[in-house]
Design a protein around this ligand. Structure first.
Ligand SMILES: Nc1ncnc2c1ncn2[C@@H]1O[C@H](COP(=O)(O)OP(=O)(O)OP(=O)(O)O)[C@@H](O)[C@H]1O
Length: 704
């Protein structure tokens, strides 16, 4: 009870939670409101509890989620000028279909948490133009489940693990940095000795000695600096490889559903975040690791020389640290914006390249180019804004260093004229204080940059912290063909969307050839992806020889089941490699044998390089029918005991199709075929009409 009251009286500060997918703005806004009221939930928790539909969430769905979380949810239609009646925070619908959280209504403007962009402030007029008038007000209606643990991210552990094998290298880099610090530290003392001892006493011998000493110090600095640079570049290389490979591994262990929800460019841009982190960590963090020690040492020295002058120097450093903190929020926003815009620009370019035939044949060059231009301009503007913040802080740093040097020399000269310091001491003081300012600005930069790096780490968290597939461990029993049993299977793409497959139950005997039919868009490919384990059912089960697909070991699945989907791809490499799925050692005889069965051998032999022909540009150099037959050969190469074919012969002429149908009919394995063409359906021993499952009743299919 006490905790509940405490929560009610606590000031509502709304945390910023960013969406990772285009369709998640609604649940991200709810997560912000829930967190503001003390519920421990983040995007991962929201996705688990309320998986977003690919089409996004409606106002009604968001209200339902609010109620399920013990919040009183009310939706209003309200004019912008009456918004003052609302208690912030609340969810507002902007730009037709984008949800944001309104956090503050002020006379100067309106503050919003935009899950796509971060914090935004809009003038009243701009807000009114973009606001749809729809508001969702959410307030706790009782106790909510407090037992949920706060979501912890594994990104930090992931990043640190990259350094594990580099402990020696990092230690040497730090040691060299320490030596360089010491060498830097003695330089001002040498200058002081020169000025105060050598010049007044005209001691030529000492002068030569000190010159030799200076030169030696400079040479040592050069040698250690070069060696440290070498080690840093090696460390950079290692981190780049290590982090990219580990993220690649994490990505590959994610379920297929993750990739269905994301644009490829979004995932790609998350890999770019690794470059950013690696560059900042190696060029700034590791390099500046000892700047903190340098700050303490140089501060001690300037205090020893003059306490009054030290106050001025420290004040200068504080001004810089303050200015950096003031600009870092803007810089963070600019960084987020830049990532988003650049990713969209790359996306548009990739889209154009992938659809180049459509563009060329449809004469759409100019219109597509103008769409690309708009994205490029937006990305360039975002990049320029980000650069402006970088330039601003470096210009402030340069100004303060220069200003400090001039004033320090001036003040030092006054102190010298008063006889409180020798001229050599003034020079040494100026030198130490400049080093102090230099190091303290670097420390401020590292503090500010760590907040920028956090943005990139959060983006990696989307891959690192996402729930991985748990690989099965059960082995399939030996045999020639696999029998399938589908039990009460239901599946829909979003939590709130209608089920595509509803309560389907049927079985396919080992060795049977079954065609799944139904009108376009009914769910044939979806059923096939469920049956081959790519998608996870919402309810019900799929069993191979009595074993649930999800519990079968991936190796057994790979060895026993092959699938050719409508949009399957070939990879850069030779035809040999593609048919053998890039196995390190493959059986050339078998490649040729399956290519003959897939009716593609003769055409491959007519190519100048035969099976060594490179599949340039992911198969675009091959005709649609040739590509399909190579994909079929690839499936057959693995000697599957269960074969799924989804429109696998749709590009073939009827002669080739009939020949392949004959070859598939002759296989003594279980075959599940999705096709529209009558010829292909006719070769099946049985037809399963999907309409039966979509109409809400399960039926055993009729025999042909
Ligand atoms: N990734 C997805 N996200 C959301 N909805 C999807 C997705 N893929 C398919 N759907 C929807 O699921 C339904 C079934 O699609 P599916 O591709 O399984 O149909 P199909 O019977 O194979 O169609 P076709 O014969 O045209 O290939 C369609 O309404 C489609 O819009």
């Amino acid at each position: 009870m006490f905790k509940y009251l405490l929560r009610l009286f606590r000031r509502r500060s709304v945390p910023m939670i960013l969406q990772a997918e285009a369709n998640e703005c609604g649940i991200a806004c709810l997560a912000m409101i829930f967190r503001a009221h003390g519920v421990n939930i983040g995007m991962r928790g929201m996705r688990d509890k309320f998986p977003p539909s690919p089409h996004g969430a409606s106002v009604r769905e968001l209200m339902q989620i609010g109620r399920l979380m013990n919040f009183r949810a009310t939706a209003y239609r309200i004019d912008p000028e009456n918004l003052g009646e609302m208690l912030s925070p609340c969810v507002v619908l902007m730009d037709v279909s984008h949800f944001m959280v309104l956090t503050r209504l002020g006379t100067d403007g309106i503050n919003l948490h935009d899950p796509a962009e971060g914090e935004v402030s809009l003038g009243f007029r701009e807000f009114a133009n973009r606001f749809t008038g729809v508001v969702i007000d959410l307030r706790p209606s009782g106790r909510f489940d407090d037992a949920q643990k706060p979501e912890r991210s594994n990104v930090f552990r992931f990043l640190v693990s990259g350094f594990v094998s580099q402990r020696l290298r990092v230690s040497v880099i730090l040691l060299l940095a320490l030596i360089l610090e010491v060498l830097f530290a003695v330089s001002p003392l040498l200058v002081q000795t020169f000025t105060d001892s050598v010049v007044p006493s005209s001691d030529y011998h000492l002068a030569w000695l000190l010159m030799g000493g200076f030169s030696l110090v400079a040479l040592l600095q050069l040698a250690f600096g070069l060696y440290r640079g070498l080690l840093l570049s090696r460390l950079s290389e290692h981190l780049f490889v290590e982090w990219n490979i580990r993220i690649g591994e994490a990505l590959m262990s994610l379920p297929y559903a993750f990739f269905m929800r994301r644009a490829a460019t979004d995932v790609y841009s998350r890999f770019r975040s690794i470059d950013n982190i690696q560059r900042t960590v190696t060029t700034k963090f590791v390099e500046s690791a000892l700047d903190g020690i340098g700050v303490v040492f140089t501060l001690t020295m300037i205090v020893i020389y003059s306490k009054i002058l030290a106050i001025f120097t420290v004040l200068t450093a504080i001004v810089y640290a303050g200015s950096r903190q003031l600009t870092v929020d803007r810089a963070r926003k600019a960084e987020r914006h830049e990532i988003r815009e650049t990713s969209q620009q790359h996306g548009r370019l990739l889209e154009m390249l992938n659809a180049i035939h459509t563009i060329k044949s449809g004469g759409m060059e100019a219109i597509q180019l103008s769409r690309y231009e708009a994205r490029t301009r937006a990305a360039a503007h975002a990049s320029a804004t980000l650069q402006m913040w970088t330039f601003t802080s470096s210009a402030i740093a340069k100004f303060l260093i220069q200003f400090h040097t001039v004033i320090a020399i001036g003040l030092g000269s006054i102190v010298c004229m008063r006889g409180q310091m020798t001229f050599g001491m003034v020079i040494a003081y100026v030198s130490y204080s400049t080093q102090f300012i230099d190091r303290s600005t670097k420390v401020s930069d590292v503090v500010a940059d760590s907040r920028l790096v956090k943005i990139h780490a959060e983006r990696l968290s989307d891959i690192v912290d996402e729930k991985k597939m748990v690989p099965g461990v059960v082995h399939l029993p030996f045999g020639d063909a696999i029998g399938i049993r589908v039990e009460n299977l239901s599946f829909g793409y979003g939590n709130h969307d209608d089920d595509v497959i509803a309560n389907a139950s049927f079985s396919i005997e080992p060795g049977e050839c079954v065609a799944i039919v139904g009108r376009s868009g009914l769910g044939k490919s979806t059923l096939m992806k469920l049956m081959n384990g790519l998608l996870v059912p919402k309810r019900g089960e799929i069993l191979y020889d009595g074993i649930s697909v999800s519990s079968i070991s991936p190796v057994d699945l790979h060895n026993s089941v092959a699938t050719v989907l409508q949009d399957d791809q070939l990879f850069g490499g030779t035809i040999f490699e593609n048919i053998a799925s890039f196995a390190p050692q493959y059986d050339r005889e078998r490649v040729i044998e399956v290519a003959k069965r897939a009716e593609i051998h003769d055409e491959i032999m007519q190519m100048p390089m035969g099976y060594e022909t490179g599949v340039i540009n992911m198969g675009k150099s091959l005709s649609g029918g040739q590509k399909q037959r190579i994909l079929l050969a690839r499936a057959l190469y693995r000697r599957p005991r269960l074969l799924f074919l989804d429109e696998a012969t749709s590009h073939l002429d009827s002669r080739n199709e009939q020949a392949i149908n004959r070859a598939i009919s002759a296989l003594r394995i279980t075959r599940v075929i999705v096709a529209h063409r009558a010829d292909t359906i006719r070769m099946a021993e049985r037809v399963i009409d999907l309409a039966a499952f979509c109409a809400g009743y399960a039926s055993e299919a009729s025999h042909v």
